[in-house]
Design a protein around this ligand. Structure first.
Ligand SMILES: Cc1ncc(COP(=O)(O)O)c(C=O)c1O
Length: 355
């Protein structure tokens, strides 16, 4: 660090993104991207818009908001487009967190939550997942903090039904309940319809996973109009042009081509179930998943060893060093061919160990 860095950042532990290697061709199953390219209509829309990159983007994202409102069956004033859903998480910590307004989230969840809490100087409490790595919704009823839950959760993949989310929202009327639905299109139940009933619910969605947009950076905050005004105030105080022209145009095209993405999500869910079965046959414990990844541990090889051996064979998965989950690897669901490569490499690694 330089001698100029503000003292308030001296002890900051930043988020560690998954590896994005440039040195080799990997079967890349480590950052929950879609294995499918964006739809041809999306590519065409982005190309068209690229010709107007000399002009600032629409800070209100007017067309995109209209399209997203239709997609989510809400009004345009209930939607705030953002530069990836990470950005709306950041806005929410800034808007709603401070020393008197702490956040609570699971001990095993998206790694950015504690980073934003620390960065925004918001106290936080980590609520342990159950012994089988599930969120117990009863732990979040009538609590003293704002609630932040990834549903489905990451990196575990388990999900809560809508009625449990509603209980949490209902039981915390004077607290924000933020539900991060990054993976909801792979079998979860969205709580977006509840925003019409509850003024304390903020739903977060992203196009990164189910809509093949990880590199385009597009997410949404969805909630009641007053919440959107709060978050808009934060946005206009940081970066009014937060969603670039190409992404706005591509986002509208993606929404118009929703059938393409629904079909891809269906394929991914089918491949997920097949892969889970095959991993179990190889002796793995695999958590039930409502997401585009599996969280799995072998009885014969440690999580770290498996990650390293797979990497040396050109297959990237994600391993976390946190004590509670260090035996697991998180495996993104790719194409059927990619999963066969993964499985045959796992089989070879286990054979070499004499398992
Ligand atoms: C639970 C969860 N929320 C949010 C995000 C952020 O996604 P993005 O900023 O690409 O929209 C991720 C990314 O992996 C995630 O796992």
């Amino acid at each position: 660090m330089s001698r100029f860095l503000s003292a308030k950042y001296a002890n900051l532990t930043p988020y560690t993104p998954g590896e994005q290697p440039r040195d080799a061709q990997y079967v890349k199953l480590n950052t929950n991207e879609s294995p499918f390219p964006p739809s041809p209509r999306v590519v065409a829309a982005a190309e068209r818009e690229a010709r107007r990159l000399n002009l600032y983007s629409d800070p209100e994202c007017t067309e995109l908001k209209l399209a997203a409102a239709k997609l989510y069956a809400v009004e345009p004033q209930n939607v705030l487009p953002v530069n990836g859903s990470d950005e709306i998480l950041y806005f929410a910590f800034l808007a709603y967190g401070d020393a008197q307004n702490p956040f609570a989230f699971a001990d095993i969840s998206y790694g950015f939550y504690p980073v934003y809490a620390q960065f925004c100087e918001v106290p936080s409490r980590e609520i342990p997942l159950t012994s089988d790595f599930a969120v117990d919704h009863r732990d979040y009823l009538g609590i003293a903090e704002h609630v932040l839950i990834a549903n489905p959760n990451a990196p575990t993949g388990t999900c809560l039904p809508l009625w449990q989310i509603e209980e949490i929202v209902k039981s915390n009327p004077d607290r924000m309940v933020i539900i991060d639905e990054a993976y909801v299109n792979f079998g979860g139940e969205s709580c977006v319809p509840l925003i019409k009933k509850y003024d304390n619910l903020l739903v977060i969605q992203t196009f990164s996973k189910s809509r093949s947009f990880a590199g385009a950076r597009l997410g949404f905050g969805i909630g009641n109009e007053a919440l959107m005004r709060d978050l808009n105030t934060v946005k206009y105080s940081i970066n009014p042009y937060n969603v670039n022209r190409m992404t706005q145009a591509a986002g509208v095209a993606a929404i118009e081509d929703d059938a393409y993405y629904r079909a891809n999500a269906k394929t991914i869910m089918a491949v997920r179930e097949e892969t889970a079965g095959q991993l179990r046959e190889l002796g793995f414990t695999v958590l039930p998943s409502c997401a585009n990844f599996l969280f799995a541990k072998s009885g014969s090889i440690s999580g770290e060893d498996l990650y390293r051996k797979l990497k040396s064979r050109g297959v990237l998965v994600r391993h976390f060093t946190k004590e509670r989950i260090k035996d697991f690897c998180r495996i993104t669901i790719g194409t059927q061919e990619q999963m066969q490569i993964l499985l045959s490499n796992i089989q070879a690694i286990l054979n070499a160990k004499g398992c």
